[in-house]
Write a protein that binds this ligand. Structure first.
Ligand SMILES: [Cu+2]
Length: 68
């Protein structure tokens, strides 16, 4: 199996701080899916999740924006 590294950068861009907890990939669920725990929001507003994903011959970045 090819080793995949996922780095997570999260937080509230308008406030300049991260989440109060650290995200962790806790399980591989198969078929390219992973379980992530540790997401806790302590305030409303714009939350940004940036995932830097890298494997042996490729890398990509995806950003999720949540507003609530
Ligand atoms: Cu904030």
């Amino acid at each position: 199996m090819e080793k995949i590294l996922i780095a997570v950068d999260d937080g509230m861009p308008q406030h300049g701080h991260g989440l109060p907890t650290a995200l962790q990939m806790t399980a591989y669920l198969g078929n390219g899916k992973n379980r992530t725990d540790g997401v806790r929001f302590n305030m409303r507003g714009w939350q940004k999740f940036k995932l830097d994903i890298s494997a042996i011959e490729t890398a990509d970045t995806i950003t999720f924006n949540l507003v609530f």
